[in-house]
Design a protein around this ligand. Structure first.
Ligand SMILES: Cc1ncc(COP(=O)(O)O)c(C=O)c1O
Length: 337
């Protein structure tokens, strides 16, 4: 849609700028769309390095793609300056909505200056995340991009819904037009059930939960940034690594202690990263149990690291060869003990 927009204005722009803190899906989808990916540096606080952004913006830049709040769990306070800077050089601004959980009912991507935003329903609107799906990512655009939306568009005339295919400037039909339809119904039901006030409370509780975890773990783990954070806190296991215990070891030991492990090794700009995103739904009791488990592991790293290295011992399978598991998946059900 961004390409169609530039084309319609007689412009050929070939590059998309992406901060070095971005999720790998951002450069991947940009490259699949045929754009050259140009990395923008982060500053010491993990925000966008404005000088680097200004240097890289130019007549050949189609868009900036950025996550708000950023992948370190921080809200970029200069976000409006950033989007204005991009617009001043003719670039569009795309928001990766993976972290919408933090700002629901508080601010809107459009108000921050974004032209396009996708919504990862499986990160904010209750769709389960993990195990490869079922995700869904509807895309919202500002009015100037509306002519380029994929066909068909759902229209409503009085009480009748219809599919409108007659849109001359559309980028055409996407293969997965219906997406994971059930997930859209699920998200819609959640939104209607919560209402506007409820959705704001979602963000407030998600942010409170993440800050609670951050505070409780701040003594035993290094923090990626000082905080307060938004809906996720990023820790670094660099202290534990000096004792021979990596972020991956901690994730495996958490399984023994009854917790599905958080994201590890992301964002890439944080050494031995552990990204904890509790969401709005966890109770204080669960958060405390999780924090207790994390603190136990930090103490074990100093006293009995072999326990961590052996983990997991309570799961049906122990540590898998991850590369082999991805390359030669064995999906047969086996009754073997
Ligand atoms: C900032 C960000 N963007 C995009 C993604 C990709 O998410 P998915 O492909 O599951 O929608 C993630 C996943 O964690 C993320 O953190």
């Amino acid at each position: 849609m961004i390409r169609a927009y530039h084309r319609a204005r007689g412009e050929k722009r070939t590059k998309v700028l992406i901060p070095d803190s971005a999720h790998g899906t951002n450069p991947a989808s940009t490259a699949i769309a045929g754009y050259e990916v140009v990395e923008v540096k982060s500053d010491a606080e993990g925000g966008v390095d404005l000088a680097d952004l200004e240097k890289k913006l130019g007549a050949d830049v189609a868009a900036l793609m950025i996550t708000v709040p950023n992948t370190l769990g921080n809200f970029e306070p200069r976000i409006v300056d950033l989007t204005e800077l991009c617009h001043a050089s003719g670039a569009q601004v795309y928001m990766d909505g993976a972290n919408l959980n933090a700002i629901l009912g508080i601010t809107r991507p459009g108000d921050l200056g974004f032209d396009v935003c996708h919504f990862n329903l499986h990160k904010t609107f209750t769709t389960p995340h993990g195990g490869g799906g079922p995700g869904a990512g509807p895309v919202g655009v500002k009015r100037h991009l509306e002519p380029y939306l994929p066909t068909p568009i759902v229209t409503k005339d009085d009480d009748r819904y219809a599919l409108d295919w007659k849109r001359p400037h559309s980028i055409g039909k996407l293969q997965a037009f219906w997406g994971n339809f059930g997930m859209h119904v699920r998200a819609y039901t959640y939104i209607k059930t919560m209402g506007a006030d409820g959705l704001r409370r979602v963000a407030e509780n998600a942010v409170l939960n993440a800050n609670y975890v951050m505070k409780r773990l701040a003594e035993d783990y290094d923090l990626a940034t000082p905080g307060p954070c938004m809906h996720e806190c990023v820790l670094s296991a660099r202290r534990q690594k000096k004792l021979g215990v990596t972020a991956m070891d901690i994730a495996k030991r958490l399984l023994d202690l009854g917790f599905y492990a958080p994201s590890t090794y992301f964002p890439l700009i944080v050494e031995e990263a552990l990204m904890i995103e509790p969401t709005e739904t966890e109770s204080k009791e669960t958060l405390d149990q999780f924090c207790d488990a994390m603190i136990t592991i930090a103490r074990e790293a100093a006293t009995t690291p072999e326990v961590i290295h052996q983990a997991p011992v309570t799961t049906p399978v122990r540590r898998l060869d991850q590369t082999r598991a991805a390359r030669e998946p064995d999906l047969r059900f086996s009754r073997k003990a």
